[in-house]
Design a protein around this ligand. Structure first.
Ligand code: PLP
Ligand code: TYF
Length: 392
């Protein structure tokens, strides 16, 4: 029956972990997948959830209500007009990926106009598959400038202006994956203007709120600025990274609408999309997340831990750059500290990345991306040496 099924390629990111595991070296370093494990607040919240001895009944189609309202407040902020006016349609999702996928399905079914979505070049490797499997046509806009290892701001704005009127555009809200290159607040203002001018529809992917600056409000700047400017975006949120809830699959998809009446119609259609996909989402992780968001003491502790994670990442970036400079590298490594969030785009090419793995047991993706979360004060010296030997 399945003789016609071709062998598919493995996931380029998750495959790195497999190669890492096979390496017998005692000094090996895994900088592949973006994962940060040093979390302390979560077990307390989880204990609270377990002690409450809640039932395991089904949630509603849109998930745990307390979670949805808390997630919306975190993203949109207490001063958000659409939140205060009750015009944000919200559903719990199977983490960020599920949020993007529900979004893709909703846009495919209801977006008025051409079903094409523009994603940045490069983008998270899964974006293209998520949106094309949702039935959307996926196109790209310029984002990264490989000469400066920074943002191609002019190219980006030019491409936004060239898109057909009323196009859909995916924006990484903060801590762009894989490049770690984010627009400045001033640049976001211009991007918002260009999107508005084109009558385009913004879809924000916020998988790392808090991870960039360490401040969840600051990291929501782009989303909140767009809304102040009158955009009505949709949003995919993930709690995998900022709460260390990777395997619990906690996320949310929301749509800013024009009125409570429009919100009700959108809600009804999101439910109709979710029902035949998975009926309703799992409850445990969402209860943990909502406990963390709603309990004032736990919330404070969590915000402190998020800041700690972001600060540690910023510190590791500085250490890596410093070590490379000490070794006498003739290249500039300013981009390592200019970039932000979980990932650094080193500027190393595929050949150099292969050498890093084969000769130095340093594993990361072939595009030159390294997960800064995997760098420690213990391994940063060896990592810098390896990069120096490969690149000079
Ligand atoms: N969007 C971006 C940009 C990501 O990097 C990720 C990866 O973690 C996700 C979405 C979705 O992740 P998850 O489904 O684990 O929440
Ligand atoms: O880019 C990363 O490393 C994270 C984690 O199929 C991830 O976004 C990677 C690949 C994948 C799912 C999650």
């Amino acid at each position: 029956t399945w003789s016609g099924v071709p062998q598919g390629p493995p996931d380029a990111i998750l495959g790195i972990t497999e190669a890492f595991k096979k390496d017998p070296s005692g000094e090996k370093i895994n900088l592949g997948v973006g994962a940060y494990r040093d979390d302390k607040g979560k077990p307390t919240a989880e204990q609270q959830v377990v002690q409450q001895n809640m039932d395991k009944e089904y949630a509603g189609i849109t998930g745990v209500p307390d979670f949805g309202s808390a997630a919306a407040l975190l993203a949109y902020g207490p001063d958000s007009a659409p939140l205060k006016e009750g015009r944000i349609a919200m559903t719990q999702s199977i983490s960020g990926t599920g949020a993007l996928r529900i979004g893709g399905a909703f846009l495919h079914r209801f977006f008025p106009g051409a079903k094409a979505i523009y994603i940045p070049t490069p983008s998270w490797a899964n974006h293209k598959a998520v949106f094309s499997d949702s039935g959307l046509e996926v196109k790209q806009y310029r984002y990264y400038n490989k000469d400066t290892i920074g943002l191609d701001f002019d190219g980006m704005v030019e491409d936004i202006k060239k898109m057909p009127k009323g196009s859909m555009i995916l924006l990484h809200a903060c801590a762009h994956n894989p490049t770690g290159v984010d627009p400045t607040e001033q640049q976001w203002r211009s991007i918002s203007d260009a999107v508005k001018e084109g009558g385009h529809y913004p879809f924000f992917d916020m998988a790392y709120q808090g991870f960039a600056s360490g401040d969840t409000d600051k990291d929501a700047f782009a989303l909140r600025h767009f809304i102040k400017e009158g955009h009505q975006p949709c949003l995919a949120q993930s709690f995998a990274k900022n709460m260390g809830l990777y395997g619990e699959r906690v996320g949310a998809f929301s749509v800013v609408t024009a009125s409570p009446e429009e919100k009700a119609r959108v809600d009804s259609q999101v439910k109709i999309l979710v029902r035949p996909l998975y009926s309703n989402p799992p409850v445990h992780g969402a209860r943990i997340a909502s406990t963390i968001l709603k309990d004032p003491a736990l919330n404070k502790q969590w915000l402190g831990e998020v800041k700690g994670m972001a600060d540690r990442i910023i510190e590791m970036r500085a250490l890596l750059k410093e070590n490379l400079e000490k070794l006498g590298s003739k290249h500039s490594w300013n981009h390592i500290t200019d970039q932000i969030g979980m990932f650094a785009y080193t500027g190393l090419n595929a050949e150099q990345m292969t050498k890093l793995a084969e000769e130095h047991s340093v594993y990361a993706t072939k595009d030159g991306r390294i997960s800064v979360a995997g760098i420690t004060s213990q391994n940063v010296g060896r990592l810098a040496e390896a990069i120096y030997k490969v690149k000079g």
